[in-house]
Design a protein around this ligand. Structure first.
Ligand code: GLA
Length: 368
């Protein structure tokens, strides 16, 4: 072979990404530094031969339920509990020796609305709501005692400006609903880890309030193991510095930090809108859905670089981070296809719509 041909061949070969060896998975690499998890829906759990189901088994060592453990799903009416989906979710995790995360016990959204009202439709008293919260937490945490590794006890109780959210929990019970929830969860399963979880957790006002909350729980002798930073992020927010500072601040309280709902929204943002309040909903416009037919090479390169930067950052903070969980498995199932605008085509995860690893997965695996 002529030298020039040989050189051309070498260049050609090195431009290909070799396929991942079956042992070179996220859980065998990243998962040795901190748990690496994903949110699964009931369809993934149910279809044991589906590509997505097998992908979860192969790549991840922790799972969280996307919806089936939320109160509105578990207890749609007073006196009624529907356990089927949550039971199957927990069994799936056990069959694979995964760290099973319970999400979530007390949240203003997807709550069991009946808990807040009496038969006449009036708000219940503080005493009644405390009792209902205790019953709910005892029922759910108690049912999976010794099987669920840790619980998101309270989700999204702080606003972006650092004030406490004026939810029905807060209005009816008062700010101490948070400590009561942690107390009840600990009583129901003393061995389970307990977490506080929220979005926009790089926002300094919010971080400050959450740190104060953690310290307050600790001062009262209540168990809290970690703070969950949801990590619904975009190509240019938060900055890596903001992320790093927030992890340091949260970890300085002595708890671990979990990156709990990591995904990347690469679609154009709505002006004047930030955060991850799930009830937000804006009108569809074509200009806000630029990748209907696929990503441009430029966008893809930008996204890959952002993933590398994120995982480089996470690795640098691995002494503070206990778990990283992606909010979903592959692009096709992500909530970001429908939020905050319905019907867009999003690319927020590490596996594509064919459930194949994106090229950047190899880079991440190599990094670890
Ligand atoms: C919040 C919740 C999650 C999920 C996402 C969107 O972050 O914590 O349970 O609902 O919104 O899917």
């Amino acid at each position: 072979m002529k030298n020039t041909h040989f050189l051309a061949l070498i260049i050609l070969l090195s431009s290909f990404h070799a396929p991942l060896e079956s042992k070179e998975t996220l859980k065998n690499t990243v998962g040795q530094h901190f748990a690496i998890g994903c949110a699964v829906n009931t369809s993934i759990v149910a279809h044991s031969n589906s590509k997505a189901h097998l992908l979860v088994e192969q790549q991840f060592n922790s799972i969280v339920a996307e919806n089936c453990m939320k109160a509105e799903e578990l207890t749609p009416r007073e006196g009624v509990y529907r356990w089927g989906q949550a039971d199957r979710f927990v069994k799936f995790g056990e069959q694979n020796g995964m760290r099973i995360i319970g999400h979530c016990l007390v949240w203003h959204s997807q709550a069991a609305k009946w808990m807040f009202y009496d038969k006449k439709g009036n708000l219940v008293t503080r005493e009644v709501l405390i009792e209902r919260m205790r019953n709910h937490i005892y029922s759910v945490v108690g049912r999976y005692k010794g099987r669920v590794y840790g619980w998101d006890v309270c989700n999204e109780c702080v606003m972006d400006d650092g004030s406490m959210r004026n939810s029905l929990w807060q209005q009816i019970i008062g700010d101490d609903y948070i400590e009561l929830a942690f107390q009840f969860a600990h009583e129901a399963d003393p061995d389970a880890e307990l977490y506080y979880n929220d979005y926009s957790m790089t926002n300094p006002n919010k971080v400050q309030t959450v740190c104060a909350l953690v310290r307050d729980l600790q001062a009262k002798g209540l168990r809290i193991d970690a703070v969950g930073m949801q990590c619904h992020n975009g190509l240019d927010y938060p900055t890596l510095q903001e992320w790093s500072d927030a992890i340091d601040s949260l970890a300085s309280t002595g708890v671990k930090v979990n990156m709990t709902e990591l995904d990347m929204n690469v679609l154009p943002r709505i002006e004047s809108f930030s955060g991850a309040e799930v009830s937000s909903n804006f009108k569809y416009r074509k200009a806000l859905d630029p990748y209907r037919k696929g990503l441009t090479a430029e966008a893809e390169a930008q996204i890959n670089q952002r993933w590398i930067d994120i995982f480089t950052l996470l690795k640098a903070h691995e002494h503070q981070i206990d778990r990283v969980t992606l909010w979903g498995v592959h692009d096709g199932m992500s909530w970001l296809n429908d939020w905050p605008i319905k019907g867009r085509k999003a690319y927020p995860l590490l596996f594509d719509r064919q459930k194949e690893p994106k090229p950047v997965v190899r880079d991440i695996v190599e990094m670890f």
